[in-house]
Design a protein around this ligand. Structure first.
Ligand code: NCD
Ligand code: ZN
Ligand code: ZN
Length: 416
């Protein structure tokens, strides 16, 4: 048995413990002292469950000048993310079973971390045949990829998803409230796609929230969280928690829904640290520098972030701004629960997806450190705590902060 030791986050607190990992990569024993053929002692470092990122765009297939499945999941591993859920706005978009099956075969053997895939049914009758998708995505407004669903079709799609027991993740902006003219800078982008459009779209989910498990992607502000009907879960992103339109980012800060004001950002952070919002997801949406360097109005929306989410949050934990329990819940345990996968917590029987991090080891976040293909990050220069080691089903995928194994990631079975 392989033994991993450290200060383990177990049952809500940190304790010096040994984890015994069996041949299937599951945690088989948790004890004060365990002996095995292979022992790794992380000493004072903190051992946490690997993060589960419910919202990434790895751009594969079709858009691999921005990212590909290997580069994107390698960046995930560096940042302590051991499972990603990949969005369907790849090319061709994952709207039909044939396209989903092709995507599944194309990605096989190329991921550094485990993964599941989304599909984006455009009509209710497509839903049942997309059984291999872990969850469904519905775009209520246009965003990158042009997958906006006919508003009239939404209730039937959600109903059908509910019958399949699948999570429905919604990009919630009301298209009728978006300005016709695009904004010319970050502030203008926020005005053109206002908070009210988010609020309206989110509250409208009350009409469908009884039919399936509905989840709101990338809530940008407190008002968006407040608008969520009872039973609808919500997600916040590191860019809305840590960036706002006052930053001199130009189109590198252009994202849908937009970065808001500093006051909005502060209110979102206060709410989040106090327990509002179910999960953190990165909405890792890389575009090339070339695309971002053109005129602001024409630049595509989306920012990379899968590798920087955990380091940013862990840095705030070290600063005493957020409880470790809250961080682990939002970044690992809750997203795994929403997807219904056996990940996201350290327990006997769980997959041994683990990270070891020394909270005292603070680094500057740089694009080079993150290794995403697009080679830029809106968090450049900010402080982060990166994991020293990351394990996927008990095997090291990151050692001394560097990726050491590509291709070990698997498509996770979908439990309906
Ligand atoms: C995403 C992308 O580029 O794929 N862009 C974004 O601004 N968030 C699409 C999306 O999630 O809306
Ligand atoms: Zn979106
Ligand atoms: Zn997205």
């Amino acid at each position: 048995m392989r033994i991993i030791r450290g200060r383990v986050f177990y049952r809500g607190r940190l304790e010096p413990l040994s984890l015994g990992i069996d041949e299937d990569g599951r945690i088989a024993a948790i004890k004060k002292v365990l002996r095995g053929e292979e022992e790794v002692d992380h000493g004072e470092a903190v051992i946490l469950p690997g993060c589960v990122d419910l919202h990434v765009h790895m751009r594969d297939p079709g858009l691999t000048d921005k990212e590909d499945f290997t580069s994107g999941t390698r960046s995930a591993a560096i940042g302590g993310v051991t499972t990603v859920a990949d969005m369907p706005n790849t090319r061709p978009a994952v709207t039909r079973p044939r396209i989903l099956e092709d995507k599944i075969s194309l990605l096989r053997g190329r991921a550094c971390v485990d993964y599941v895939l989304y599909a984006a049914p455009q009509e209710a009758r497509a839903v049942a045949s997309l059984a291999d998708a872990a969850a469904f995505k519905i775009y209520l407004a246009e965003s990158t990829g042009g997958l906006q669903v006919e508003p009239g079709a939404v209730p039937d799609i959600v109903d059908a998803a509910g019958r399949e027991k699948k999570l429905v993740v919604v990009h919630a902006e009301d298209p009728s409230m978006l300005a016709r003219e695009p904004g010319r800078d970050l502030r203008g982008h926020s005005t053109a796609r206002p908070k009210e459009a988010e609020q309206k779209a989110i509250s409208s989910l009350a009409r469908v929230s009884a039919s399936a498990r509905v989840h709101v992607a990338h809530a940008t502000c407190l008002e968006a969280l407040d608008a969520a009907p009872r039973g609808v879960t919500t997600e916040v992103t590191p860019h809305h928690l840590f960036l706002d339109w006052t930053r001199p980012l130009g189109a590198q800060g252009k994202v849908n829904p937009p970065l808001r004001s500093r006051e909005d950002r502060e209110a979102l952070w206060e709410a989040f640290r106090a327990g509002r919002g179910d999960i953190v997801a990165s909405d890792h949406a890389p575009h090339t520098l070339e695309e971002k360097d053109g005129p602001f109005e024409e630049a595509p929306a989306g920012v990379p972030g899968v590798g920087s989410s955990f380091p940013l949050l862990m840095r705030r934990m070290r600063a005493g701004d957020i409880e470790l329990q809250r961080l682990v819940s939002a970044m690992a345990t809750r997203p795994a629960e929403l997807l219904g996968i056996r990940k996201g917590s350290i327990e006997v029987g769980s997959d041994a997806d683990l990270l070891a991090v020394d909270p005292r080891r603070i680094e500057r976040i740089t694009a080079k450190r993150l290794r995403a293909k697009c080679d830029w990050t809106p968090f450049e220069g900010m402080e982060g705590c990166f994991p020293l080691a990351v394990y996927l089903r008990g095997e090291p995928i990151v050692e001394e902060g560097e990726p050491v194994a590509d291709g070990r990631g698997r498509l996770l079975p979908v439990s309906a």
